[in-house]
Write a protein that binds this ligand. Structure first.
Ligand SMILES: Cc1ncc(COP(=O)(O)O)c(C=O)c1O
Length: 403
């Protein structure tokens, strides 16, 4: 980090109070532009709002991304409130409740993404009752996910989507539901990947699944959604995803899809990659203490706001996020420190053996790459601490992101 950024983050912490998340809109826009440019504008871009559903951020993404993926009735409400047209919304998730499906059908979402036979039956009944014909995508769960993804949602018994091997039977039954209009297919089988070759291999698997499904259904899909799996470099030893390398590696699979389905809109669905690096978490040291040879900074922030930074969201091994002390002048490490949160559990550790130039009471620490799966993926009710502020910075303007 350079000194100008350090001072800027410190000023934001002083002005906004800690603990808080700060999301930088220009960095989100840059990331969207980078993804679009890497694929030569040939892919539509869908934002999975589960990564960060802060209302002000969502409003800012209207017109910037081509659509949004929602995974609950609450996310549907947020997407509509942010001004996304219903047609630009699709609804995924293995456990959609009947009331949520009913709301989606009534609203006229662009597609409900079917993930099981029972869901298809429920959806058909709801559409029939409303005299509607609901567009649907079918989420396919491939029989294999290449190595290299942080979390996998297929290649094993899963709640997500329809197993690739069950697709012919599923599609035959779907054809009997006249109230459902099959408009295409969807796949999201792995997330948090920093390896272009693994992403390319996965998309080749998707291309095979989409082709087999289209043949089985004797349909010409209008939409094909590629769950991207584009990752974020959270740790010091990780390199950011090389988008040019992803585009080059995935070119054969995309060319195959274009040749086979020239009429289909190809959509790249991604969450964290658009927002993860664009946000930080700022927390202040409340106390310091020495315990058995380790100097510990006890912070006002913890895993109740940021479960991922404490290593408990989609990680097998606990590794520190990139961390810095923005109150201290940039310089060599004076030692290593443990950074704990205020919660009454030994799990509440934001960093172990963190090299810092100093650690004093009142110092402000920044946890980088915190724009995705922060408050939305953390147990904020635990111990009834106040929630973290969330702020959206656009140039010189700072607004409350939660409004
Ligand atoms: C269907 C679907 N879409 C999108 C995502 C977003 O993943 P990420 O934020 O890693 O891009 C997920 C993650 O679980 C998902 O299940």
């Amino acid at each position: 980090m350079n000194d100008a950024r350090r001072q800027r983050l410190l000023a934001l912490a002083d002005r906004l109070g800690t603990p808080c998340f700060v999301y930088f809109l220009d960095e989100v826009r840059d990331r969207v532009a980078a993804v679009r440019a890497a694929f030569g504008g040939a892919l539509a871009l869908t934002y999975a709002i589960k990564a960060n559903p802060a209302p002000a951020l969502l409003r800012s993404l209207r017109g910037v991304v081509d659509g949004v993926d929602v995974s609950s009735g609450g996310e549907l409400t947020r997407a509509l409130a942010a001004g996304f047209p219903a047609a630009a919304i699709h609804f995924t998730g293995p456990g959609k409740r009947e009331a949520e499906l009913a709301a989606a059908v009534t609203t006229g979402v662009g597609a409900i993404v079917l993930e099981s036979r029972e869901e298809a039956t429920t959806c058909a009944a709801l559409a029939r009752a409303r005299g509607a014909r609901q567009p649907v995508l079918v989420r396919i769960a491939p029989d294999r996910v290449p190595a290299g993804f942080g979390d996998t949602m297929s290649g094993k018994p899963v709640a997500f989507g329809v197993d690739e091997e069950d697709m012919p039977a599923f599609l035959a039954e779907l054809a009997t539901h006249r109230e459902l209009a099959l408009v295409g297919f969807h796949a999201y089988s792995g997330t948090q990947c920093l390896k272009p070759d693994a992403i390319a291999e996965n998309w080749a698997i998707f291309a095979r699944c989409f082709a087999a499904a289209a043949t089985a259904a004797a349909t010409v899909p209008r939409r094909l959604v590629l769950g991207a799996g584009l990752g974020v470099a959270y740790h010091d030893d990780q390199q950011p995803l090389d988008l040019a390398a992803v585009a080059a590696a995935t070119a054969p699979a995309l060319a195959e899809l274009r040749a086979r389905f020239p009429q289909a809109r190809l959509e790249l669905e991604t969450g964290r990659h658009l927002v993860g690096d664009a946000g930080v978490y700022l927390t202040r040291v409340l106390r310091t203490k020495d315990s058995r040879g380790v100097t510990i900074g006890i912070c006002d922030g913890g895993f109740h706001h940021h479960l991922a930074a404490a290593g408990m969201f989609g990680m097998v091994l606990k590794r520190n996020f990139r961390l810095a002390n923005v109150s201290a002048p940039i310089g060599p490490a004076a030692g290593t420190f443990q950074l704990s949160g205020p919660l009454c559990t030994s799990l509440d550790v934001l960093g172990r053996s963190v090299p810092l130039p100093r650690l004093r009471r009142g110092d402000v620490l920044v946890i980088e790459a915190s724009g995705a799966y922060g408050p939305t993926a953390s147990p904020s009710a635990f111990l009834s601490h106040p929630s973290a502020g969330e702020w959206l910075v656009d140039g010189e303007t700072v607004v409350d992101a939660t409004r």
